[in-house]
Ligand binder design. Structure first.
Ligand code: FMN
Length: 206
């Protein structure tokens, strides 16, 4: 059982998913041992074969859920190609899950620049140095690349690489799940036809 005082009460009475998500993320921030914003992102390749990996959620609001990555990575290519994704959060300490799905859009250059500017210098160099998801002959090649970019950007600002930015998943479905005894969990899905549409709430059998 968690020892954290939860900010969210009976979530099945909520009628709007974003404020409910905010309350659950706040609870997770107080109770998880690390990375409460860690989330699995599923994509699909051009043959329909799914792929999933963890990322860190960096922003969310009524428009959607944002994370940042290398656009030439496997996920970057799949998202640019198929423009659809799903996410699942699992907060073990709270026994809660949130999953969502929808089409993706690329964040604006301004949003990406603003977030990039908040990253530590080493992470900004890393965004240049890593050819994410492509074969690496050895650790030394990565360290050499880091050293080269560190020298190149020794003075002044480190610009955001053109291949590094954010994706926003614009959900048409968000489902909240909370563990209850005997596997009789609470499960509520918010659905809408389009990312601009009104939410419909559906309670589901667990
Ligand atoms: C907790 C956690 C958080 C991560 N956050 C990110 C992230 O925000 N962006 C990212 O590109 N990769 C992140 N990664 C690495 C990805 O899981 C993945 O290994 C990498 O992005 C390459 O994925 P791809 O080949 O499917 O593109 C994270 C990994 C973990 C375990």
């Amino acid at each position: 059982m968690t020892e954290v005082e939860l900010t969210s009460g009976d979530f099945t009475e909520e009628n709007e998913p974003f404020s409910l998500f905010g309350a659950w993320l706040k609870d997770a921030t107080a109770s998880e041992i690390n990375d409460p914003n860690a989330v699995a992102v599923a994509t699909v390749d051009e043959n329909g074969l799914p792929n999933v990996r963890m990322v860190l959620l960096k922003d969310y609001d009524e428009r959607g859920f944002v994370f940042y990555t290398n656009f030439e990575s496997q996920k970057g290519r799949e998202l640019l190609g198929q423009q659809k994704a799903a996410m699942v959060f699992h907060w073990k300490s709270l026994r809660r899950q949130v999953r969502l799905r929808g089409e993706v859009e690329v964040v604006t250059d301004q949003e990406a620049d603003e977030y990039y500017a908040t990253r530590p210098r080493g992470s900004r160099i890393g965004a240049w140095a890593s050819k994410q998801s492509r074969p690496l002959e050895g650790r030394f090649a990565l360290e050499k690349s880091v050293a080269e970019y560190t020298a190149r950007y020794a003075l002044g600002d480190i610009p955001r690489p053109p291949h590094w930015s954010g994706f926003r998943i614009k959900p048409v479905s968000i489902e909240f799940w909370h563990d209850r005894p005997f596997r009789l969990h609470d499960r509520v899905e918010f659905r809408r036809e389009t990312p601009e549409g009104d939410w419909m709430k559906v309670r589901m059998y667990p």
